[in-house]
Design a protein around this ligand. Structure first.
Ligand SMILES: [Zn+2]
Ligand SMILES: [Zn+2]
Length: 393
């Protein structure tokens, strides 16, 4: 009888595969509760190395399969097509694997390091890609350097070493890569039907680093009571970055006006009268009454009340703000140490409810805590020593 994969004879592999499978079965049967948890670390290392060796052996056998057209009897037209069919790989994965098995012929040190378990398949593909990209400029000692680095670091760091190596061996190529990367930059800011914005983009290395350091600086170190995820903190930092630019007044004018955000709101909405209209942010986006109250709280965003821009009444006068900064020294929310520049002046009793814009009715709150107090329903109470106590809703 002849199977589509060709008859399997008594080669070493048949016996070895049976042994490997039965050894894996034995591992799977081990009761891990009776093994010290710390020994699992050594197991992770051992299994990772075995996995690397299995990958190397797989590539070595794939090369023979590919070169000897071992796929032909099954009717497949190429090793790639066979891999897609029998291993359920994607076209990309199948192509990459066949290409790797071929490329490793010219990269004996890489193949050996993978076969020894010292580097992973991902490391090997990075080295192989580099060799293809550099062509004649990729010398034997370059492979030695990269394999030595790959044994010590993760693929991401290896990629950086590769970048440095390319810079030495092929600076023109690096320049053209950088220009291609720059050419792929884009930033999409689109609004969904329910008003939420979605950001999608691609920046070159420099642009990404500039944005990243600005965001990190705005984010600052994470506070103990901050339960936001890293991505939530980054989203808040991006908005804060833009807000500071708008507040700073250094941005160029648009249509003869300094760019700013206006909120249109009826007085009835601000004083939370039942049945009042929603407030609207620029471009007619409805926002919550409570959000409008927060935005109007510091009057940092010009409220358009009942159709008229309100520039005067509730703006915290410079002298009051200076006194407020001297007194509060930053966000007053318990445990927060946000500096004054990142805070709003919050009316403890909102001016729409008749609260005065005077020092004893104002406290500094950072944007996050200001939102917590307005939209998320936290209340702040003054303790006897003038410390604030925050009470969750
Ligand atoms: Zn407020
Ligand atoms: Zn705060």
């Amino acid at each position: 009888m002849c199977s589509v994969d060709g008859e399997r004879g008594n080669w070493t592999s048949r016996e070895v595969f049976e042994q490997i499978v039965s050894l894996l079965d034995r591992l799977g049967e081990e009761d891990l509760n009776s093994v010290p948890a710390e020994s699992m670390g050594d197991d992770q290392i051992a299994l990772q190395r075995i996995g690397n060796r299995v990958q190397a052996e797989g590539l070595r056998r794939l090369r023979r399969f590919d070169g000897g057209e071992g796929y032909a009897p099954s009717g497949a037209l190429s090793a790639r097509a066979w891999l897609r069919w029998r291993l359920n790989l994607t076209t990309t994965a199948a192509s990459e694997r066949v290409a790797m098995s071929r490329k490793l012929v010219a990269l004996p040190k890489t193949e050996q390091a993978l076969a020894d378990g010292d580097i992973s398949y991902r490391h090997a593909t990075l080295i192989a890609e580099t060799a293809s990209q550099l062509g004649d400029k990729f010398e034997a000692h370059a492979e030695t350097i990269l394999v030595d680095v790959a044994k010590e670091v993760c693929p991401w760091r290896l990629q950086r070493a590769i970048w440095h190596l390319k810079h030495c061996l092929d600076s023109d190529g690096v320049l053209s890569d950088a220009n291609k990367a720059h050419g792929r930059r884009f930033l999409q800011l689109s609004q969904t039907l329910d008003g939420v914005y979605r950001i999608d983009g691609w920046l070159d290395a420099e642009g990404g680093a500039v944005l990243n350091s600005a965001l990190n600086s705005v984010m600052g170190p994470r506070l103990a009571d901050d339960d936001r995820s890293a991505t939530e903190r980054r989203a808040d930092a991006a908005v804060e970055l833009a807000r500071r630019q708008l507040d700073g007044g250094q941005l160029p004018e648009v249509g003869g006006q300094k760019p700013h955000l206006a909120v249109s709101v009826e007085m009835a909405t601000l004083s939370k009268e039942p049945g009042s209209m929603a407030a609207e942010l620029e471009w007619s986006q409805p926002i919550l009454a409570e959000t409008a109250r927060r935005l109007a709280c510091d009057a940092a965003i010009t409220p358009i009340i009942d159709g008229e821009a309100d520039h005067t009444s509730r703006v915290v006068p410079g002298s009051t703000r200076r006194a407020l900064i001297a007194r509060d020294k930053g966000c007053r929310f318990p445990g927060c140490d946000c500096p004054p520049a990142w805070t709003d002046a919050h009316h403890v009793k909102h001016w729409a409810d008749g609260g005065p814009t005077t020092l004893d009715n104002l406290i500094l709150l950072c944007r996050r805590h200001h939102r917590l107090v307005h939209e998320e329903g936290w209340t702040l109470e003054l303790a006897q020593d003038r410390d604030l106590v925050a009470i969750p809703p």
